[in-house]
Design a protein around this ligand. Structure first.
Ligand SMILES: C[S@@+](CC[C@H](N)C(=O)[O-])C[C@H]1O[C@@H](n2cnc3c(N)ncnc32)[C@H](O)[C@@H]1O
Length: 221
C-alpha cells in the first residue's frame, strides 16, 4: 500500500506527501495558489472556448478539478473535464483535505460531489460541469474514449520522480487528441520536457512560475 501523509502548505491549504517517493501532490509554497496559477489562470482562463473540454493527467486530490468546477459555475461556462488516475485516494484521506472550507460553501459541496461521483462514467456534477474520472494507467491507456481536448492540465509527479510519465510517446499520444489551438500547461519548466513537448508538435513558451518556481511551461497546438 502507498503511504501518504497530509501536510499543510504555505497558503494554509493541505496536500499529500509520499515519503517513499519524497514527492508532494502540490507545491509546498501553496497548493491552491499553485493550482490556481498554473492550471486555472494559464490554462483554463487563457483558452477562449465557450465550452472547453479539459484533459487532466493525475486526478489526485481533485483540487484542479474543483477549482475548474467552481469557475465553470461562476462564469456559466459549460465545461467537460476528463481526468485519469491510476491510484484513487481512500475516503479517509479525502475527508482530511480542507479545500472546500478554504474556498467557499459552494466549493465544499462540489468537492463532495466530485469525489462521490462514479469512476469510468460521465457524470453531470453541476449545471455547467461534467466529469469523467478514468481509473487507468496513462502509460498503458491509448485514450481511445476521448477526442478534441482544448486544454491539458499535465499534473504528473515530477519528471525526476516519475520519468515514465514525461516520455515523448506520452506527449505525442496526448498531442494527437488535442484540438487545434489546444493549450497544454504544466508546472515543470525542465529543458528536456520543453524540448520533448516542442518535438511532439506544441509551440512552447516559458512563463513565470508560481511562488517558489521561476518558470512553468505552456504549449499551444
Ligand atoms: C501531482 S499528483 C496530481 C495532483 C492532482 N492534479 C490534484 O489536483 O491533486 C500526480 C497524480 O498522478 C497519479 N499517477 C501516477 N502514475 C500514474 C499513471 N501511470 N497513470 C495515471 N495517473 C498516475 C498519482 O497517483 C497522482 O494522483
Amino acid at each position: 500500500m502507498i503511504k501518504r501523509q497530509i501536510i499543510k502548505t504555505a497558503d494554509g491549504s493541505k496536500t499529500l506527501y509520499l515519503p517513499e517517493m519524497d514527492e508532494q501532490y502540490h507545491s509546498v509554497n501553496g497548493a491552491i495558489t499553485e493550482s490556481n496559477y498554473v492550471f486555472i489562470e494559464k490554462g483554463y482562463l487563457f483558452h477562449k472556448s465557450k465550452t472547453p473540454t479539459i484533459f487532466e493527467v493525475g486526478f489526485g486530490t481533485g483540487l484542479n478539478c474543483l477549482l475548474t468546477a467552481v469557475l465553470a459555475e461562476k462564469n456559466k461556462r459549460p465545461t467537460t473535464f476528463f481526468t485519469i488516475e491510476k491510484f484513487p485516494l481512500d475516503e479517509d484521506l479525502i475527508q482530511k483535505l480542507n479545500y472546500g472550507k478554504i474556498i467557499s460553501e459552494e466549493a465544499r459541496v462540489l468537492f463532495k460531489e466530485i469525489h462521490n461521483s462514479e469512476w469510468n462514467k460521465t457524470i453531470q456534477i453541476s449545471k455547467h460541469f461534467s466529469l469523467f474520472k478514468l481509473n487507468s494507467d496513462l502509460t498503458q491507456n491509448g485514450l481511445e474514449i476521448i477526442d478534441n481536448f482544448d486544454i491539458v492540465y499535465f499534473d504528473a509527479f515530477g519528471p525526476d520522480k516519475q520519468a515514465e510519465m514525461w516520455k515523448p510517446e506520452i506527449f505525442r499520444k496526448i498531442f494527437r487528441k488535442c484540438s487545434p489551438g489546444c493549450v497544454f500547461v504544466t508546472y515543470s519548466a525542465k529543458g528536456e520536457v520543453r524540448r520533448q513537448l516542442a518535438a511532439s508538435g506544441y509551440k512552447m513558451e516559458r512563463l513565470p512560475g508560481p511562488p517558489g518556481k521561476i518558470h512553468m511551461l505552456r504549449g499551444i497546438k
